[in-house]
Ligand binder design. Structure first.
Ligand code: NAP
Ligand code: ZN
Length: 359
């Protein structure tokens, strides 16, 4: 039910956001609702920095609403719960990813696929706030209030800062690995070694796959191997590219900007799939269907993952001790972090220590 801000009690919290697409992020105040019956209030400890945050701030996809307060890799402690909350208690470590709501009734939601909610899920930021009206504000803030259906449990054995990126980079790469049923011995490749790419390597490896990285950056080879990659192919080297003909069952492409996807089709085995999770928009050059038709190959897309699948991934990471490789930054360093992300200079996820916003 949509409540208006007049009916709802709200609290002012500190946040960091951008007033328009050309502006740097700066400190601002936003409103959070007082938790209602099914809500959980979380004091944010850490928030990962996803390339989608940057796309949203700079309006790369169109449709950004300002002020934009990004952040959808949230880990924190529960400070308040509503009367009807049953799965969590005050003091629990909790997490929020890319969604804070969905219709709950459509054919996708009823199959635990809230990320494909037919009327559309509510994004943690830049979504339509169903409670207060206006846009939703993300995790670059002191607190967040979320319906318990969209709150995740973080295994206590994981470092909470390094676990934060699991909420987007982790689930976005886990979901295609599971959907395409990757198992021991399968040949998986990952395009791009950034936030998503490094999680894809770790997760595919933990599922028992043989993992290859495609990268434009030869200097990342050592890291790729340390993360679990069995091989690396420099994507700008034609000879190296032709050495992996018909080599892979699944390729996860995390590149954020338009690039030539045709270059990767020969690397797919018969029945192989390249799943695009990075770039959103028309491809240039266009896709050539010939090698797809002649090899029964698929080009697919995938967005994040459902809530149950996200919990499954977090539990798997808890069991296998998997977290992200992070560089902890202060909230005030976010603009510099974005510039480094644009230069592919992230090793391999920035995470904001939210304590820096409180001081
Ligand atoms: P990131 O940390 O910046 O990593 C992207 C990597 O891609 C870079 O490290 C670089 O790796 C490679 N790359 C960058 N620009 C490139 C270019 N122009 N051509 C070829 N390769 C390039 O970004 P991220 O946070 O992993 O996010 C990746 C993309 O996924 C973003 O577009 C983001 O919005 C999107 N995303 C999608 C979902 C979803 O649900 N589908 C969820 C989260 C994020 P090398 O140096 O190894 O080449
Ligand atoms: Zn993200």
């Amino acid at each position: 039910m949509l409540n208006t801000s007049k009916e709802m009690e709200t609290n002012n919290v500190k946040a960091f956001g951008a007033e328009n697409r050309d502006a740097s992020l700066k400190q601002m105040k936003i409103q959070r609702r007082e938790p209602s019956a099914n809500d959980i209030e979380i004091d944010i400890l850490y928030c990962g920095v996803c390339h989608s945050d940057l796309h949203t701030v700079r309006n790369d996809w169109g449709g950004s609403i300002y002020p934009a307060v990004p952040g959808h890799e949230i880990v924190g402690r529960i400070t308040k719960i509503g009367n009807s909350v049953s799965k969590f208690k005050v003091g629990d470590l909790a997490a929020v990813g890319c969604m804070v709501d969905s219709c709950g009734q459509c054919s996708s939601c009823t199959q635990d696929l809230e990320q494909y909610c037919v009327p559309g899920f509510t994004g943690t930021y830049n979504g339509k706030d169903r409670h207060l009206g206006g846009q939703t504000f993300g995790g670059y803030s002191e607190k967040v209030v979320v319906d318990e259906r969209f709150v995740l449990r973080v295994p206590e054995n994981l470092d909470p800062a390094a676990a934060a990126p699991l909420l987007c980079a982790g689930i976005t790469t886990w979901s295609p690995l599971r959907h395409w049923k990757v198992k021991k011995g399968d040949k998986v490749a990952v395009v791009g070694l950034g936030g998503l790419g490094h999680m894809a390597i770790k997760l595919a490896k933990a599922l028992g796959a043989h993992v290859t990285l495609f990268s434009r950056s030869p200097e990342k080879e050592k890291d790729a191997k340390a993360l679990g990659a069995d091989a690396i192919v420099i994507s700008t080297d034609k000879q190296q590219m032709s050495s992996v003909n018909a080599a892979f069952d699944l390729i996860i492409d995390t590149v954020p900007y338009v690039h030539d996807v045709n270059e990767y089709i020969p690397a797919l085995n018969i029945n192989g799939t390249i799943v695009l999770v990075g770039y959103l928009g028309p491809l240039e050059p266009m896709l050539n269907t010939v090698p797809m038709i002649l090899g029964r190959k698929s080009v697919a897309g995938s967005v994040i993952g459902g809530i149950a699948e996200t919990q499954e991934m977090l539990d798997f990471c808890g069991k296998h001790n998997i977290v992200s490789e992070i560089e902890l930054i202060k909230m005030q360093d976010i603009n510099e972090a974005y510039e480094r992300m644009l230069k592919s200079d992230v090793r391999y996820r920035f995470v904001i220590d939210m304590e820096s916003l409180k001081t």
